[in-house]
Design a protein around this ligand. Structure first.
Ligand code: ADP
Ligand code: MG
Length: 277
């Protein structure tokens, strides 16, 4: 009897949480890649900054348990990570840490967290839902870490948009295709951005080949793959990184800064299509 009531209470709480999340203005974007080292975290941090400069209130969740480095990129020394919240050692407010940048909040992660402890509990998506429910941020960017494991999938499942970062490297493209194959079963759309690629047309051509392959292999034809631009390689990214600064802020006229600003404009156009705004 007691179990039944407590189950009903839990269902009620989850329903209330769900509807509050649906009413929230926060749009959730997962930034992911099949392969590691493609520039996902660098792009996430700098993209968050560009969006914050445009007046959006942005939060970044570092969900990479392989290499949680968002605190380094945003120059924050977090006392708490979102795993402390999951483990019941801190409040939600304590894990939402202001950065030195206006309108930019970090929810820090931790390398090496034992995911298996929480497998199937959907505890990670609940953290995302609770941040969304605050209705404080316009945009929540999630740096998911590389790969297609269940942990990453949990974050992809709950996101409004998914942005894949890849390079023109054959192994990175193969991984991007594997991502498309998986997402085409459950999602409607994948945005794609090429890093280390100086020419806009190269990314466009490769995206079209990926689409052709998807068609040939009869993946869900309603699934949309949308190319939103490329980012050039530049030494200024490492220069800024070594000083724990963001390259888009330090090197305003660098070609990669201009590339990223174009990518952000395209992303915003996609976000406008998500109902919440
Ligand atoms: N466009 C670029 N030009 C030059 N270096 C880059 C570029 N993008 C990323 N990097 C560098 O590549 C390395 C890996 O980037 P990172 O963002 O950590 O990748 P990921 O998060 O995908 O593992 C970092 O040293 C970063 O400074
Ligand atoms: Mg990373």
């Amino acid at each position: 009897m007691f179990n039944q009531i407590s189950q009903q209470a839990q269902n009620l709480v989850s329903l209330t949480t769900k509807s509050a999340a649906e009413k929230s203005k926060t749009k959730v974007i997962a930034i992911t890649s099949g392969k590691g080292g493609v520039g996902k975290s660098t792009i996430t941090a700098n993209m968050a900054f560009v969006l914050s400069q445009k007046g959006y209130n942005v939060a970044v969740l570092d969900a990479d348990i392989g290499l949680a480095n968002m605190q380094v990129l945003l120059n924050v020394r977090p006392a708490k990570t979102f795993f402390d919240y999951i483990d019941g050692h801190s409040s939600l407010e304590e894990i939402l840490i202001p950065t030195q940048y206006d309108n930019l909040t970090l929810c820090a992660g931790k390398s090496g967290y034992e995911y298996t402890k929480n497998t199937n509990s959907l505890v990670f998506s609940r953290v995302v839902t609770q941040i969304v429910q605050l209705d404080r941020y316009d945009i929540l960017l999630i740096d998911t870490g590389a790969g297609l494991n269940e942990y990453v999938q949990e974050f992809l499942d709950i996101s409004d948009e998914i942005l894949a970062i890849t390079t023109t490297d054959p192994s990175a493209i193969t991984d991007a295709y594997a991502l498309i194959k998986m997402l085409s079963k459950t999602k409607k759309k994948l945005l794609i951005c090429f890093n280390h690629t100086k020419n806009y047309t190269i990314g466009d051509t490769i995206t079209n080949s990926i689409k052709d392959l998807s068609q040939k292999n009869r993946l869900n034809k309603n699934f949309m793959v949308k190319y939103i631009g490329s980012i050039s390689s530049t030494q200024n990214i490492q220069k800024a990184g070594r000083r724990r600064l963001l390259f888009v802020n330090e090197f305003k006229y660098d070609v990669a800064t201009i590339d990223l600003e174009n990518v952000v404009d395209k992303l915003l156009r996609e976000l406008e299509k998500v109902k919440k705004w």
